[in-house]
Write a protein that binds this ligand. Structure first.
Ligand code: NAD
Length: 312
């Protein structure tokens, strides 16, 4: 059984995921470019490394949780990267959200080495609260036998582990999911703002919509309106959580996938543009649910002025 894990990328998600592995008795060596992230790993009982290569050199399993596909490709394929430094037979798991082609490239490069390296893409759902509580959902692409070998490691960080298909399929599912999450977040924000402007208490509005046909996971578990719910980013000035920059990245990936596969996703593309506007207003590092505050800026857009008959 795998006991030595190397964790690369110890941010909002990776930090608590690594802490859960440590709690379950795994040895975790980790690398992050931010010294604070390495300090937290050490406080949790892990071993901070001074480079990716040092972190992975004795690993049975490598897990990466990095911001974008560029970071992932660089970490695995770069000079002194993961593929060059890991021992033979290691399982390589990328849990970042990236284009499906990224894990496919990693798998091809790993196979080309002929050292029994196995690649799984395993993006997650459940956010930072799920990462902290160890209740993430893992959506895995790759060879089923490799997933079975890695299952105990996934179970130390998550509750549900799905096999989506071959390498890249986990990312395909994740992009479909986040396209819908972006639409739900903006739709929920619109409905709440409309009610508030007309004198409704957002808590009452939420409670009723949660029992009506507008119910959805954003309204119920990640309410974007400050004051409705505790322990969500809207309750703490939209700090932490899932950044606007990352949501926009995922919506761009989903839009590119739609273009490549000639599928029309008009709502997804509008939502992407709204997130782009929100980011350009200086909100990139705030949690994505801060898009709740976008409507004030939108009032200035000519196409959304009052009496626009296309909106009726
Ligand atoms: P984050 O920015 O908080 O963490 C990323 C970490 O990677 C940072 O600590 C950064 O310093 C580190 N890093 C960057 N380049 C590095 C390198 N070359 N080597 C080592 N470390 C490096 O981001 P996050 O919120 O933890 O998200 C990580 C991934 O998980 C993203 O792909 C995101 O889309 C996905 N995701 C996030 C959430 C969420 O709720 N935050 C939910 C599901 C999926």
């Amino acid at each position: 059984m795998a006991s030595r894990i190397a964790f690369v990328g110890l941010g909002n998600m990776g930090g608590p995921m690594a802490a859960n592995l440590l709690r379950q008795g795994y040895q975790v060596s980790g690398f992050d470019i931010m010294p604070e992230a390495l300090e937290k790993l050490q406080q949790a009982g892990g071993t901070p490394a001074t480079s990716v290569a040092q972190a992975v050199r004795d690993a049975d399993v490598v897990i990466s949780m990095l911001p974008t596909g560029e970071h992932v490709l660089q970490a695995y394929l770069g000079e002194q990267g993961i593929l060059a430094a890991v021992p033979s037979g290691t399982i390589l798991i990328d849990s970042s959200t990236v284009a499906p082609d990224v894990p496919r490239q990693l798998a091809a490069a790993a196979n080309a080495q002929g050292r029994a390296l196995a690649v799984l893409d395993a993006p997650v759902s459940g956010g930072t609260s799920g990462a902290t509580a160890g209740t993430l959902t893992f959506i895995v692409g790759g060879v089923p036998e490799v997933l079975e070998r890695a299952r105990p490691v996934f179970e130390a960080m998550g509750k549900k582990i799905f096999h989506a298909g071959e390498v890249g399929a986990g990312q395909l599912v994740k992009l479909c999911n986040n396209l819908l999450l972006g639409i739900l977040t903006i739709g929920t924000s619109e409905a709440l703002r409309l009610g508030i402007k007309n004198g409704l208490d957002p808590k009452v509005l939420t409670e009723i919509m949660c029992q009506s046909s507008g119910q959805n996971c954003v309204l119920q578990t990640y309410n974007p309106c400050p004051g409705v719910m505790d322990n969500v980013p809207s309750a703490r000035g939209y700090q932490g959580g899932f950044a606007t920059n990352l949501m926009l990245k995922d919506l761009r990936l989903a839009a590119a996938l739609a273009d490549d596969s000639e599928v029309q996703v008009p709502l997804g593309k509008i939502v992407k543009e709204l997130y782009q506007l929100h980011q350009s207003n200086g909100n990139g590092t705030l949690d994505h649910s801060s898009v709740f505050n976008l409507s004030a800026a939108l009032a200035e857009l000519p196409s959304l002025q009052k009496d626009a008959s296309h909106l009726t």
